[in-house]
Ligand binder design. Structure first.
Ligand code: IVH
Length: 669
């Protein structure tokens, strides 16, 4: 019975994909819009009726086709980053603490508080008062040029005539559909956000116009001669210039009051016209915002305080073990599908072996499951009253379920405890599941970002023995692929195109893409700035000189050990060498304009009125670099209070300039 339903569903999905492609990519539909809408409705109807039906290619998941082919790409002058999340009071205090640490003292500042609208962000470029370009967020660095579609939104002024309107500014905000209006489209889209995003990415702006979109402005991107002192003043001016701003924007003095406001707002949120998934708190003082700056993907001066998650009860049918790219064995509860806040959930993570024991979770138990935003649903607790006599304790495997290797819990030298996570000891590509996960990581957004080669395709290609290692992606037999089910000429040529495009990659992305444990994008950036070129990187690896990375501020023993372990495995090493021959890996361009160009610094002792993190960030903003061991490459040793005498001695011996904080300040001007 279920098999038949699934088959029928799959036929409809294939049909939908075919017409979708004809419509969006070839602009030559062979069925009427009405029939196309009907097909979408049928698929969504089936998904609603049978919650086991799921497909990433479903109209409930995809909106339009990949936009890259329809719209021109557009590089953001100022990246469109995301926000870090806070879920509770502790997260908020930690957020504030990080600010205090960065500026090296406890300071008082106000917050601009704004609802976090759950829509699609867009950036509007105004030159001399005229709306010239509108861009979607894309991957944050590069978006799609969707000017004409944005122009159909009546909240977006095409011209701003106010005298004080800046000559050159990017105004950023959220495009969304109001709850009431969404009622009319709810058969076509899974939620209001999808409706907004689908509508924005229509090829024909007239299609966009069919869905009543709105725009609320909340920040700026590039802004020539920004004279605003406060975010709240900027929001006021946005309103005067004719943009919509949220009427719930507010200035709040401290965390205690933020929490109160959040509590009240959370209870009222369903009375709002549009979906909000939290509140955004921004440091109101723009000068302080500038000083705090950004980490690699979010500002230090803002945080999103999410509303509490949705939860539901369901039964654990089984427990599976999933293997991650770094060999971590993660237990996942397969649950009786349950709708949590509009999304059907059938898997929930149990985190690790210790967590199962601690919460005494057994197969057959009824458990409380929480789903918060994009975070993977997880099991909160067991409803013990509902425990059955035949509930089964789960025996955690001690051998890797994929390759049979020994698993282990690592001993953490700093906490003096064993890790909660058990890992497969196979580092390379010999463990099938780890290898697949490594390839998925290799193609992911922050790595090579290969559009059109999603996780499911990787699994399929692996199964068909088309790929075994990341480098196989660049040697694909496209004739063979075009004969596979679900692949047509067009999708094959799209795949070929995006693979070719991905061959040009920056060194930091490449280092991240090879998937060394503890080397996330931030650390990969640090390493790439240190080695500058792939040649130097490989040289260091060949000479087993990884300890040199200890010179990099931010890289420590844990990372070095991980590097050594990774490259001790010959398969890992060979993959990196082969890839380096295939790819065109760009050198890191270091901003050489700053006052401290080609100068390296090291700090010892406590500095006045400034944290190490800020001092480091100041050096880097001015094109200098930081090293953390005294060697010949060091230009200046900056000495604060209670310095390490050994460092001063070493610097003296090597003839390095030893300067005070004041002298360092003078260099910076
Ligand atoms: S400020 C550098 N303010 O939330 C951060 N974002 O997770 C710039 N959003 O991509 C964003 N309401 O789509 C900001 N009042 C608000 C917002 C808001 C919703 C969205 C936006 C952003 C995402 C960040």
């Amino acid at each position: 019975m279920n098999g038949k339903i699934k088959k029928n569903y799959q036929i409809k999905i294939n049909e939908y994909q075919k017409h979708n492609r004809l419509y969006y990519q070839k602009s030559s539909p062979v069925i009427s819009d009405k029939d196309f809408d009907e097909l979408k409705k049928e698929i969504i109807g089936l998904e609603k009726k049978y919650n086991f039906l799921k497909s990433n290619l479903s109209p409930s998941k995809t909106v339009g086709f990949k936009p890259s082919k329809i719209f021109q790409k557009f590089k953001h002058k100022v990246e469109m980053l995301s926000l870090s999340n806070a879920f509770n009071e502790e997260d908020l205090f930690n957020f504030e603490k990080k600010i205090f640490n960065f500026v090296n003292k406890k300071i008082k500042f106000d917050y601009s508080v704004e609802p976090k609208i759950d829509g699609i962000s867009a950036s509007l470029i105004y030159k001399n008062g005229k709306f010239t370009e509108g861009v979607s967020r894309g991957d944050g660095k590069e978006g799609e040029l969707i000017t004409e579609n944005l122009k159909t939104i009546s909240d977006i002024p095409h011209r701003v005539n106010n005298k004080d309107f800046p000559n050159n500014i990017e105004i950023r905000g959220e495009v969304f559909i109001k709850r009431k209006a969404f009622e009319n489209f709810k058969n076509n889209f899974a939620n209001a956000r999808n409706a907004a995003s689908g509508s924005l990415r229509q090829k024909d702006p007239l299609e966009t116009k069919k869905i009543p979109l709105h725009f609320i402005a909340y920040t700026f991107g590039y802004f020539e001669e920004n004279r605003f002192k406060y975010q709240s003043d900027f929001l006021q001016s946005l309103k005067i210039w004719g943009f919509q701003t949220s009427k719930y924007n507010k200035v709040i003095k401290n965390i205690k009051e933020l929490i109160l406001f959040h509590k009240n707002f959370e209870n009222q949120r369903f009375e709002l016209d549009y979906d909000v998934d939290g509140l955004v708190y921004k440091v109101n003082d723009l000068q302080l915002q500038k000083r705090l700056g950004f980490t690699s993907n979010a500002p230090r001066w803002a945080i999103a305080h999410k509303f509490s998650a949705n939860n539901a009860y369901s039964e654990i049918l089984n427990i599976d073990i999933q293997l991650g790219r770094t060999g971590a064995l993660t237990p996942v509860a397969k649950i009786e599908p349950v709708n949590i806040g509009g999304v059907v959930v059938s898997n929930a993570t149990l985190h690790n072996e210790d967590e199962i024991k601690r919460k005494d979770i057994r197969i057959g138990d009824t458990v409380k499951i929480e789903r918060a935003g994009d975070v993977i649903p997880h099991v909160i607790e067991v409803d013990l009253k509902k425990r059955k006599n035949n509930s089964k304790k789960f025996i955690f495997p001690i051998k890797c379920p994929s390759c049979g290797s020994k698993t282990e819990k690592e001993f953490n030298n700093s906490t003096k405890k064993y890790d909660a996570v058990r890992r497969c000891t196979n580092e390379g590509y010999d463990c099938e599941k780890i290898a697949i996960e490594k390839i998925k990581h290799f193609i992911s957004k922050d790595a090579l970002n290969i559009d059109g080669l999603g996780k499911r395709v990787v699994e399929k290609f692996w199964e068909k023995k088309i790929i075994k290692f990341p480098q196989d992606i660049f040697k694909l037999d496209y004739d063979k692929i075009s004969n596979l089910e679900g692949w047509g000429k067009l999708s094959v040529s799209n795949l070929k195109y995006s693979i070719e495009q991905s061959k040009k990659v920056t060194l930091d992305r490449f280092i991240y893409s090879i998937g060394i444990r503890h080397i996330g994008i931030e650390n990969a950036k640090l390493i790439s700035e240190y080695v500058v070129s792939i040649k130097n990187f490989l040289n260091l690896i060949d000479k087993k000189n990884m300890n040199q990375f200890l010179n990099i501020d931010g890289i420590g023993g844990v990372q070095i050990e991980s590097f050594k372990r990774f490259f001790n495995n010959t398969k890992n090493y060979n993959v990196v060498i082969e890839l380096s021959n295939i790819l065109s890996i760009k050198k890191i361009e270091i901003n050489k304009k700053g006052k401290l160009k080609n100068k390296s610094f090291m700090f010892t002792g406590k500095l006045n009125n400034i944290s190490r993190a800020e001092a480091k960030s100041l050096v880097e903003k001015n094109s200098g670099s930081i090293v953390s061991t005294v060697n010949k490459k060091l230009n200046y040793l900056v000495v604060g209070q209670k310095p390490t005498n050994k460092k001063i001695q070493q610097a003296k011996q090597l003839g390095i300039d030893i300067i005070s904080q004041d002298e360092w300040n003078k260099l910076l001007n």
